[in-house]
Design a protein around this ligand. Sequence first.
Ligand code: C2O
Length: 562
Amino acid sequence: MAKTNNFSFCSLLPFLCFVGFLFIPAKAAVKSYQFDIQVKNVSRLCHSKPIVTVNGLFPGPTIYAREGDTLLVNVTNHAQYNMSIHWHGLKQYRNGWADGPAYITQCPIKTGSSYTYNMTITGQRGTLWWHAHIFWLRATVYGAIVILPKQGTGFPFPQPYREANLILGEWWNNDVEEVVKQGNRLGLPPNMSDAHTINGKPGPLFPCSEKHTFAVEVEQGKTYLLRIINAALNDELFFAIAGHNLTVVEVDAVYTKPFTSQAILIAPGQTTNVLVQANQVPSRYFMAARPFMDAPLSIDNKTATAILQYKGIPNSVLPVLSQLPALNDTAFALSYNGKLRSLNTAKYPAIVPLKVDRQLFYTIGLGINQCTTCLNGTQLTASLNNITFVMPQVGLLQAHYFNTKGVFSTDFPDGPPTPFNYTGAPLTANLGTKLGTRLSKIAFNSTVELVLQDTNLLTVESHPFHLHGYNFFIVGTGVGNFDPKKDRAKFNLMDPPERNTVGVPTGGWAAIRFRADNPGVWFMHCHLELHTSWGLKTAFVVENGKGSDQSVLPPPKDLPPC
Ligand code: C2O
């Protein structure tokens, strides 16, 4: 799909937009990529600043592969920041060494050092993405992963004419790491972003955007596949195209039962593939992304736009405006997520655990702590089951593999210390939150049900929870307090959506199930970077199985030292 905008990346270097498809060999193959972490000056919204990039690109390069391929990505760090890269949604069977979260599965790649992520793509096809997984550096260090089906296997939906990636992001005019430091000094959330972006570009609703508008050219009558990724740090987003319906066919690299919607909702960490028919009067149409926020919190509510441009229509034509759901449209959000279903065919079955070996119930809480070094004397914090996760100094996976004592404990509780009315009136009480690097130990191949319960500690809010190393089934969601009897009876165990990131509804709950068949240490956290940095995270230690192919692989020789 060519991009018509005179200044778009693809029109300057069109071969880069299709190179992956043209050169993808037929059989499962080893594909090598070089990622050079470099600082580069980039300007947006009339501000120029140095940002951390991969190969000087923003967004970074797209990784193209086929199901079954092995990817070797050599990351060389030329920047003055420590770095690690996470391959969000890749399952990394027995191979957490290639997962990437700093201090969880590896120590960071230091300035001047390299590390090769060695990953084999098994049983997955669709859209995923990669991003920096250390502090807030993912603000500019991210890109798409496109996994095509095996050669000779088509999509389970009509073959689109062309396709394009749309990565939604956030832009700060100031250095993001500085913005965060300043927030920490005050004990407050860092300043919100200055713009949202589509493929790194905010679009014409922002100043100085002539060069910073992304466009895709379409031909009347043809169908296109858009691979949409939410790489924003802190905002759930609505996305829509003026005058065009979107048919959702895949989320988080799992096929769905197709359904049509005027807009989609996508949380940080999630991906959504949609089909779009270019069936309107040839013109220019806005594609737009803007947050969804139904809690009483202030956020960057600005709209990023890009352009869907019919072939032959000049750039001088004013684009048709798009209609997005209102910022706080809870009803749309709940109904949209309610429509998601796994495809669940013989070829792509939804293998939902019907029997549960281990039941977990985690409460999501925000809070205020005393802070002697903060200007206000207090600081915001977050916890799961009243535990604020403390990042270790060495990688947890190494500590687990080499049985190093004193790095973490495996006593993370299966429920909160005391039950309370989680979603009643706002609670400001200090519930005795504790600090700790506490993990939960899970038996190999056991089936786990985890209910994530939002609370009104300080405020209710929607939290996108991401589990590394696994997909899970979202068997139920609801508003209010989870009622084990009533709500479990209503679980969808037939064709629930299978994802790696679930949006826990504001003041509600989400129940997920998965089979713990991937041994290792797997991070689980809120994908709002703000909340992760406040401690809204933990990890599962999934034990080795007895079989010869059921234990964590030995670490690679070039694993970065601490
Ligand atoms: Cu995309 Cu641990 O994150």
